[in-house]
Design a binder for this molecule. Structure first.
Ligand code: ZN
Length: 475
């Protein structure tokens, strides 16, 4: 039996997603573009919870929630209701958070993913709408800071809480689930996952025979996998010592890669949930068909279509549908260039160059990619020349044609390669002997000499075949 099944790892996730592409907060007209603003500049009486202020629900936030619910195969409930979740914490100026409790907007969904033992279904318990609290800023780490600052720019930002059933069995599965979820959310165009705090994960984790610990506010995907891996080791050690794992809330310290105890977990009745009297119940079902019709093509459907429509490989289709902008880029280039060629260049070359520079696909234009591939396919430049043009555009800008002439990348004519080969064969008789006596490496040396004579503008594979051809003739 493997250690994993012996331990009986059980993981459930609660994911908070900021609907940060909307224009305003959940219950007021304050803007969401606060990331580069000074603290407490995107606030008003509503999101500061001043007495007498009343909330007005943001309709687009509800539409986004319905989109996410549909994409996660959830049922939309006929009537839905906001509740007050009462607790006191400095990030919550009202003394309660407006959220959903009974009657969330949607329940009972699922997401299929590649699990540790093949495809599996992760059940979604619910997707509900709530408001984000303010942001507490600690100097250094949360458990060592001498003081706390509070910024209410984030208070009232529309959030979705997505709650899974405890269906994941390893930190890797949890990470795959999060990757897949993020991919889906990006396709729905409801959030920008790169913004600070756009997605936060609370993970419930337990081993067989132990209580579960809740690790709060993990702010990255890698963080989630690391926090869970740490918790498994910690809980395993507690059980091995013969102690019991207590039910508690823990904080993940991203810098140190450890979880630390924060407080024993409140139970639900501590929050005194009651219906928010300032917001009427909603009935959204009549609206659902119109939203369903406006749904974009989702990654899985797009992947299937790419396979059928373009005849590209499964791997390329999977890589191209990791990000909607990348998929769009591919389709733009594939309008002009044979699709399997452009899939290979985009996935195998361009994305590697982008990742190396920590750039995204919007750093490159489809138009430039088309021009470069045309130059390559028309045999004006070599494969190496095409890669040089891509790198040069990313590093210093410029146009493909400009770079080809400036860097003298145009491929040399075939007879120039032939004469360079003849010269090399005359000059390097030792290497020829080595090659003939079975030293395969000597051929690479000869190709290198041809490249040198043509100042790198010969196609290495062409040089290679010409060398072999001419050496045979000399036999
Ligand atoms: Zn406000």
């Amino acid at each position: 039996m493997s250690a994993k099944t012996e331990d009986g790892v059980i993981i459930g996730l609660e994911i908070h997603v900021q609907l940060n592409r909307l224009n305003s907060k959940l219950f007021c007209s304050c803007g969401l573009d606060y990331h580069n603003s000074p603290p407490n500049t995107h606030t008003c009486p509503v999101c500061l919870g001043l007495p007498g202020s009343l909330p007005v629900l943001n309709k687009s936030a509800v539409a986004s929630a319905i989109k996410v619910a549909l994409a996660l195969n959830c049922k939309i409930l006929p009537q839905t209701q906001f509740y007050r979740k009462n607790y006191y914490y400095p990030d919550l100026p009202k003394g309660f958070q407006v959220t959903q409790y009974d009657y969330p907007i949607s329940v009972d969904g699922h997401l299929e993913l590649e699990g540790d033992q093949g495809m599996k279904r992760i059940r979604i318990n619910r997707v509900h709408i709530e408001e984000d609290p303010g942001r507490l800023v600690h100097e250094g780490t949360i458990d060592r800071s001498k003081f706390t600052l509070v910024d209410y720019n984030r208070a009232g930002v529309p959030l979705l809480e997505i709650v899974t059933e405890p269906d994941m069995r390893s930190p890797k599965e949890a990470r795959r689930f999060l990757n897949k979820l993020r991919n889906l959310l990006e396709y729905l165009d409801i959030f920008d996952g790169d913004l600070d705090g756009a997605i936060r994960v609370d993970a419930n984790i337990s081993l067989a025979g132990g209580a579960r610990a809740e690790v709060k506010n993990i702010s990255s995907y890698k963080g989630a996998e690391r926090a869970l891996a740490f918790e498994i080791v910690r809980q395993r050690n507690v059980l091995r010592r013969g102690d019991v794992v207590i039910q508690e809330t823990r904080h993940f310290d991203e810098l140190r890669g450890v979880t630390v105890s924060m407080r024993t977990k409140e139970t639900e009745h501590d929050y005194r949930y009651f219906p928010e009297p300032d917001l009427v119940p909603m009935r959204v079902q009549a609206w659902v068909p119109a939203i369903q019709d406006s749904m974009p093509e989702l990654p899985e459907a797009q992947r299937t279509r790419f396979l059928a429509e373009y005849g590209i490989t499964e791997n390329h289709a999977a890589s191209l549908t990791i990000e909607p902008n990348l998929a769009r880029f591919f389709e733009d280039v594939a309008r002009e260039i044979e699709p399997t060629t452009c899939a290979a260049w985009i996935v195998d070359v361009l994305t590697g160059e982008l990742n190396y520079r920590d750039l995204k696909i919007d750093a490159f234009t489809a138009d430039d990619m088309i021009k470069i591939l045309k130059l390559f396919l028309d045999e004006v430049i070599t494969e190496r020349g095409a890669i040089t043009v891509i790198r040069e555009i990313l590093d210093n800008g410029g146009t493909p044609a400009g770079i080809v002439s400036e860097k003298e990348l145009a491929k040399v004519a075939e007879d120039t390669v032939s004469s360079a080969v003849s010269e090399v064969l005359l000059e390097c008789s030792d290497a020829i002997l080595d090659y003939r006596s079975g030293e395969a490496k000597a051929l690479n040396y000869l190709v290198g000499q041809v490249m040198k004579k043509t100042r790198g503008r010969a196609d290495p594979s062409e040089a290679r075949s010409k060398l072999l051809e001419q050496m045979d003739l000399r036999d």
